[in-house]
Design a protein around this ligand. Sequence first.
Ligand code: G16
Length: 543
Amino acid sequence: MALRHVSTSPFADQKPGTSGLRKKVPVFRQPNYVENFVQAILDCIPERDGATLVIGGDGRFFNREVVQIAIKMAAANGLGRVLVGRDGLLSTPAASCVIRKHGAIGGIVLSASHNPGGPDGDFGIKFNGANGGPAPESVTSAIFEQTKTITAYRISDAPDLDLGVTGTSEIDGMSVEIIDPVADYAELMHSLFDFEALTKLFASGFRMRFDALSAITGPYAKAILEDTLGAEAGTVVNGEPKPDFGGHHPDPNPVHAHELFDLMHGPDAPDFGAASDGDGDRNMIVAPGLFVTPSDSLAILAAHAHRAPGYATGLAGVARSMPTSRAADRVAAKLGIEAFETPTGWKFFGNLLDAGRITLCGEESAGTGSNHVREKDGLWAVLLWLNILAATGKPAQDLVRAHWAEFGRDYYTRHDYEEIDSDAAKRLMDGLRAKIASLPGQTIGGLTVKTADDFRYVDPVDGSVTEAQGVRITFAEDARIVYRLSGTGTAGATLRVYIERYESDPTRLEQPVAEMLAPVVAVARELADIAAITGRAEPSVVT
Ligand code: G16
């Protein structure tokens, strides 16, 4: 087969965001758009000659086509072997697991995560390195630089491969292994959790609902929960991955996973409810009658992780993204371990995990993970919860309440203003930044500002500095507001406002969240002049 050099010219908009390059499908379908970005990635892997690369994605619309392109470009760029998930499928955590287990140089992971799919939906491409984690900023910047000057890409003329059958073939001297997308991941889960105890839990009549939202986690959840651990058939719903997620918005939060949310708040609620997202790295946890915020979930998992065999020796430390509530810090303080605050983006946990400084990490955006891979991992979080429930013999809702009683409760909400005008969003953030210096000491809406800054992160491992990661304002009344712009949207700008307030009074641990946070929400709106600048009186999504 011939290897072709194809002339091309740069696209100006290939700057990776919070998690790789995410755009609308029609943008990716422009001639050469995918090829340019993949070539830029490959150019940034100097050791690629003869190396192994992992390729797979969340199965959304356009996944198969891009998998075929990536295989042919890998062959033309000197890779020795590619490992490809059957049907082009690999959940994001499974991709991370496969990269690590098989000593790959990295992986090309196709996903737009929780964003909707379909011909007019979203698509994404990101590069994960040899540690299995999203490429750090230094690499994503280098990829972006490459996209600005690209003049040609290399691709094999080989015909499309049959992705549906596992086995090994060859194109242009490169070996192509189509692998079972679930097997390596399931084996890793088995090594971390007490599968015997979990089997007994389900055998004792414990019932759960796992909503895969017609996205990638269905096959993983069915294989592990139903086929291995004996959860009753039908435990996993919406378990067939679909290119458009069956019209679902595959974002596991109370708004988009409302069927699960409603079931768990109704009379027939099973013992435990969980959901995962488009590419399987996020999770939502719901106890009967009680939604567990991702920030609380991280804290509770940190407090009890030692009950699972994979974490029996305890945790080295924990990390959370800056907008995530401070609940995990309270657990770390009690355990006497280090707690870190990183910018939003899983890539920022990579160095801490690689250096052994942390074992668990998580984010308010429904991501929780550990040092077992270098991505957040939805099903892993669910299995750790189940392991803790099996080990303590306590219902999930009791565990949450006991946690609040011991540590206090961080009431938390996030308000998203989606698809606002990009210039208005910038004006709003600039306005806030201009106010930072004058805020401390001021009383607004009954709350007194204690500190205000624009979050700047100095990586404790390599000293790299990341500026302007969000404006955070803390109040003397133990409340906090954080403002930042999303780095994963594909239309206009999304303003995220994170609002929290800590409460330790035992009589005030079960107040309505909206009521508890109303004064802080009012201050958040006033301080940033949200309605006047964005033209929006209310957020588009409240979680
Ligand atoms: C990605 C990142 C997360 C981040 C989330 C939201 O998750 O990996 O670290 O919290 O986006 O980011 P933003 O607030 O910038 O939109 P995922 O699940 O989309 O890959």
